[in-house]
Design a protein around this ligand. Structure first.
Ligand code: G3P
Length: 214
């Protein structure tokens, strides 16, 4: 399973990348806003740090405007993946992008049938938001299972990118189900590292090391 980091903060990206945990990056308008920096400047800097797929989101809602944005974003760097919302104009834009060789990440997916449509339109990635489903008492991870089942039944090339990950169990379940990618906030990556027995083990070894004649 590939690890993407879900942030636009370049310090966080560098920190995770130094541990070898970053195959790609996903951003969204909210994450860009948190940086307080201009959109394209941040995206270009991320592309310099990480040699992998970098998702940059289109913010228009009509086909024509989305396509202009998608083409414009794709020019920033060869690794740009244009994030497009799962609406009718978005699917149309995904189809055109696929024909033009522009990679897409279809975002704000909350049902398996939406994911089926994204695959048929030619999306490179589908982003089901598991945390936001959990927030409204739906099992977000059940959706991942359904999408993987459908995609494998028809050999779709679209990759399942588990998004809106909020905790280590989302990552564990994604890996067990065979999701292609998990996009993970730095906080959750750091939680994945921690284990109390690792800390206790280090403490014990350090204490015993003091007893070794030097
Ligand atoms: O990549 C989408 C993700 O950032 C959404 O996460 O926590 O805002 O639901 P969240």
């Amino acid at each position: 399973m590939q690890f993407f980091i879900d942030t636009a903060n370049v310090d966080e990206i560098r920190q995770a990348n130094d541990m070898g945990l970053v195959d790609g990056v996903t951003t969204n308008p909210s994450l860009i806003a948190q940086t307080g920096r201009p959109f394209k400047e941040v995206i270009a800097e991320i592309c310099e740090i990480i040699d992998g797929p970098i998702s940059a989101e289109a913010v228009s809602l009509t086909y024509d405007e989305m396509l202009v944005e998608a083409r414009d974003l794709a020019k920033i760097h060869k690794n740009i993946v244009v994030k497009i919302p799962l609406v009718a104009d978005g699917l149309k834009c995904v189809r055109t992008c696929a024909a033009e060789g522009i990679k897409t990440n279809v975002t704000l997916c909350f049902s398996a049938t939406q994911a089926l449509l994204a695959a048929k339109a030619g999306a490179t990635y589908i982003s089901p938001f598991v945390g936001r489903l959990d927030d409204i008492s739906f099992q977000g991870m059940d959706l991942i299972g359904e999408i993987l089942e459908i995609y494998s039944a028809y050999d779709f090339d679209t990759q399942v990118l588990v998004a809106s990950i909020r905790n280590p169990l989302h990552v564990l379940e994604s890996a067990r189900m065979g999701a292609h990618v998990a996009t993970i906030p730095l906080k959750v990556m750091l939680q994945l590292i921690k284990h109390p027995l690792t800390d206790r083990g280090i403490e014990g070894f350090m204490k015993d090391w003091e007893k070794v004649p030097k």
